[in-house]
Design a protein around this ligand. Sequence first.
Ligand SMILES: [Zn+2]
Length: 112
Amino acid sequence: MVPKFVAISAHWNIPAIKLTMTAELQKYLLEQCREWMLPEEIRALTRIGLTKHGEEVTRKLALLGIERMHIRIAERLLKDSAATIINNCPKCGKLARTPRAKQCRHCKHDWH
Ligand SMILES: [Zn+2]
């Protein structure tokens, strides 16, 4: 996936966040941020997910859809919820495993 700059508009008391959509960030958004997703986004992911185990031709077609769908959902999550979703380690600044994680998987810093 080609990294893309995503500009996040600031809330009144939260500094604007400018994030680069990377494969790691997209995986985080799609796998760890379901509670911020719209019902139709969750349904779409579930339905496409089922077709992954279907016939080869169907699977290939579905994969084209999955890629674009994943990008769209991940970018929407960032646009609407970055301030609450993004959980960067206070020590090394890297992305934690989940929005509520309090231990860094990169540097092992613990902020419980
Ligand atoms: Zn860290």
